[in-house]
Unconditional design. Structure first.
Length: 213
């Protein structure tokens, strides 16, 4: 489901994990790679395509359903809610849309970050090619006093290195870690990913699984 304002958010039940980042940082691609569902979150070459808080609820098959492709009745297999919701937030910063609309999206993001009681962690996505930008730091400035736990996830690492542990990746990790060292709500470990190459997906899944109810 999607919510264009706080009044339309679902009840604050279970744990929510949110993904924030500049427009075109690769949030939708990362979510699709994370849950191995191509096309689940819409991707676009046009910055600012995500214009609402998009909710995705992962589920797992129950033990009976794991044993068969479909139930004997022909009904879909049963799934079990894992008590965790992924939230794809509108990209902040530049977007190819009217300024008033961009401001509305930005206010929605900030209001959500300040007031969602079951928000367990925000993964702030940062393009490996550019590192932290002033607009990223503005979001971190909001998260710190709100005591919202957040962790930096570098995206598109395959664009700067042939390997996950290459020197260019190590350099941007070190620079980012130094930049957030004194931020009280920042998780100290920087995660490195590439949706296209599949880098870092297992590690990110393991981090997120910790918050499942």
């Amino acid at each position: 489901m999607g919510a264009v304002d706080l009044e339309r958010l679902p009840p604050a039940v279970g744990s929510e994990i949110a993904f924030a980042g500049r427009s075109n940082v690769g949030k939708s691609s990362l979510i699709n790679a994370l849950v191995d569902q191509a096309g689940l979150a819409r991707t676009s070459n046009t910055p600012g395509r995500t214009q609402e808080l998009n909710y995705f609820v992962p589920a797992v098959l129950n033990e009976r359903s794991k044993k068969t492709e479909r139930m004997t009745s022909g009904a879909p297999r049963d799934v079990v809610d894992v008590g965790l919701t992924l939230v794809d937030m509108p990209g902040y910063g530049f977007a190819q849309a009217p300024k008033s609309q961009v401001e509305t999206w930005t206010k929605l993001v900030f209001a959500y970050l300040r007031g969602r009681p079951n928000l367990r962690r925000v993964y702030v996505l940062v393009d490996s090619r550019h590192g932290l930008k002033p607009v990223d730091n503005e979001v971190l400035d909001l998260l710190d006093p709100a005591a919202v736990s957040y962790q930096i996830v570098l995206t598109k690492a395959d664009k700067i290195s042939r390997t996950l542990d290459g020197a260019p990746v190590a350099a941007v990790v070190a620079a980012t870690a130094a930049a957030i060292r004194k931020r009280p709500a920042a998780h100290p470990e920087i995660l490195v990913t590439s949706s296209e190459a599949g880098w870092g997906m297992d590690r990110l899944r393991a981090e997120i699984a910790f918050f499942a109810a």
